[in-house]
Design a protein around this ligand. Structure first.
Ligand code: HEM
Length: 311
């Protein structure tokens, strides 16, 4: 069985850092002008500041978990010397320091930057992208050397950022659409429809990036000559399960784009968006659950030795 604490912390970090990157990006490609102001449509400031603080806490816990597993002790028995050696004497330690610095900048911009909302969302997206990218060094993404090493790292960072945009968009759409009836005024439903449309366009690029970077990852970590390992190893079976959830997300996203969002537009014309909103809520909830399942699966398989390294 995987180290449950390490897997849970990694799952928490995936979710936290993807929301920190994906939600400001969502604000940039779906909202306009004053809509981007925190509290106007979405309460960016309290949400992102809280998620940034949680991200710092999870990163500190993550380095403790790593120090504990290096020392073969429990988290409670970890000594300061091991942690400082890890933080100041290893590549993972340097990457961790970069993440903490980026998260402190995210915290700063999420609290201070709202006099110019577009600048704030851009600064938040860039600093959060740095924090999210650092996860590639703590998984299999940094397992190779030389040119192959850079290709793997590049593919893994692209994969993390693309996944972050999708998961951030699901969060943004849920925050827009799961509101009490009195807060679902007609103009808000129109804006939600526009946001759904806005993500549909970005979504195609995200799926393309996930497929290409995912295939590169699979090629390096499994390899064309070991495809049978997909059915005979725990790593392979978890990856297949992940691809099934990915398939389900693709179907749901397609249904949103080609059926449910146009149905909402038609319902808005008729002035009764309630049924269309209910259908979208159901679909977004299932899609978000699939995304969560994918992150849980990769948090687990990231702890296992991939078939290519089992040679
Ligand atoms: C919504 C879709 C997807 C999400 C949210 C997602 C998310 C992730 C995340 C968070 C990682 C871990 C990266 C790391 O820790 O360094 C990962 C790794 C990976 N993903 Fe995906 N992914 C998605 C789709 C795909 C697809 C379509 C493929 C294959 C074509 C794929 C193949 C892989 C592989 C092989 C890894 C490496 C696992 C490892 O670290 O051993 N993913 N994915």
């Amino acid at each position: 069985m995987p180290d449950t604490v390490a897997t849970t912390v990694r799952l928490g970090l995936y979710l936290d850092l993807m929301l920190l990157f994906g939600l400001p990006m969502f604000g940039l490609y779906t909202l306009r002008g004053a809509e981007r102001q925190s509290g106007s449509v979405l309460r960016f400031r309290p949400f992102l500041a809280t998620v940034a603080l949680v991200g710092i806490g999870l990163s500190v816990l993550g380095v403790m978990v790593l120090a504990a597993s290096m020392g073969g002790v429990t988290i409670g028995e970890v000594d300061r010397a091991t942690v400082s050696m890890l933080v100041s004497g290893t590549t993972i330690g340097t990457v961790w320091q970069v993440r903490i610095a980026a998260l402190l900048l995210v915290l700063y911009f999420s609290v201070i930057g709202w006099r110019r909302p577009t600048f704030a969302l851009a600064a938040l997206s860039i600093t959060a992208a740095v924090a999210l990218s650092t996860l590639a060094w703590t998984g299999h993404g940094a397992a190779d050397e030389g040119t192959l090493g850079w290709i793997h790292l590049g593919a893994d960072i692209t994969h993390l950022l693309a996944a972050g945009i999708w998961i951030g968009a699901l969060c943004g759409l849920c925050l827009l659409i799961f509101r009490s009836a009195e807060r679902m005024a007609a103009d808000h439903i129109v804006l939600s429809h526009r946001a759904l449309d806005g993500f549909a366009r970005v979504g195609s690029i995200v799926v393309g990036l996930l497929l290409v970077s995912g295939i590169v990852n699979s090629w390096i970590l499994i390899g064309p000559s070991r495809l049978s390992a997909l059915f005979t190893t725990l790593y392979g079976i978890l990856l297949l399960a992940k691809l099934l959830f990915f398939g389900a997300m693709l179907l749901l996203a397609g249904a949103n784009r080609f059926f449910l969002t146009p149905a909402l537009a038609a319902a808005l014309e008729r002035g009764d968006g309630e049924a269309a909103i209910r259908a979208l809520r159901r679909s977004l909830l299932i899609e978000s659950s699939c995304a969560f399942a994918i992150l849980a699966l990769v948090a687990w398989l990231g702890q296992l030795a991939p078939p290519a390294s089992a040679m």
